[in-house]
Design a protein around this ligand. Structure first.
Ligand SMILES: [Zn+2]
Length: 279
């Protein structure tokens, strides 16, 4: 499949001769991920995953993710305090977010299925949303079982932009988040037999809001051992998405890159540009 890609149409950032991918959400510093991070990133590159957004969840992972992004030219960083973990301080996060390889504030959000009360999670979410607006950064959001509270918090922060990742609900639940301008990143759940909610969501989303994520090592991919998911599996997720969408594969690949740059730009722009220039 050969196609010429121009993402960020007005900027003409990217000219490439074959499709390549941006993994907008993964956790290479997760203890369950392959500790050979160089190998993990090499396999991603060989699978035409040319931009990897490594995503943090607590203070120590913020530091690790930033180290990785500093070392590797095709890794960008999303830094934030996830609702499952004890948060660090706002000052520590603000300092780390000033690094030029940081493209987003995340992973943040709400999860009613864990022990920490949603009211406590909400306090941390609210100040992180405020910080994202102050710094003009997109957010990467986790939402499980507290969609109403999350939506209300987002509405209190007018102008907030970003990505809902791993959204486990159907199209009607997505509608109010789409109305706020958010993008949705779709994972290896698309490759599994059985529960078809995510597939129906993928089929129903507007084409300009679709993104791809591995959420490695957490979310499964068909045929991959538990916690074996890597950014290198993104092409398999892409193929599953192609089976659910009316767009031709080369059109969809181009759209996904455009959407990634729009959802996570403008700091992602130079990283994508550099990736596009590599053989
Ligand atoms: Zn995640």
């Amino acid at each position: 499949m050969q196609s010429k890609q121009n993402i960020g149409r007005s900027d003409k950032w990217v000219e490439a001769t074959k499709p390549w991918f941006c993994d907008v959400h993964c956790h290479p510093t997760d203890p369950a991920a392959d500790p050979d991070r160089e190998g993990l990133l090499r396999r991603a590159w060989e699978a035409d995953v040319r931009v990897v957004v490594a995503t943090a969840y607590d203070l120590s992972s913020c530091v690790e993710v930033l180290e990785l992004a500093t070392k590797s030219r095709f890794v960008a960083a999303a830094l934030g305090y996830h609702p499952w973990f004890i948060p660090g301080s706002p000052d520590e996060l603000a300092t780390l977010l000033s690094h030029p390889k940081v493209v987003a504030l995340g992973e943040i959000g709400l999860d009613s299925k864990v022990e920490r009360p949603v009211s406590d999670q909400l306090v941390v979410l609210e100040w992180q949303l405020g910080m994202a607006l102050d710094l003009d950064l997109p957010v990467v959001l986790h939402c499980r079982g507290a969609g109403g509270e999350l939506l209300a918090a987002l509405k209190r922060h007018r102008g907030i932009r970003g990505v809902l990742h791993g959204f486990p609900y159907e199209a009607p639940a997505a509608a109010p988040f789409l109305a706020l301008g958010l993008h949705f990143s779709l994972s290896g759940l698309l490759t599994l037999e059985g529960d078809n909610r995510v597939k129906r969501l993928a089929a129903a989303l507007p084409p300009d809001r679709l993104l791809l994520e591995s959420d490695a090592p957490a979310l499964p991919v068909a045929g991959v051992p538990k916690h074996g998911t890597e950014p290198a599996h993104l092409p398999a997720i892409f193929r599953a998405l192609c089976g659910l969408r009316p767009e031709a594969p080369e059109v969809l690949a181009e759209l996904l890159l455009e959407n990634s740059a729009r959802a996570l730009g403008p700091r992602l722009g130079p990283i994508v540009q550099e990736a596009a220039g590599q053989p």
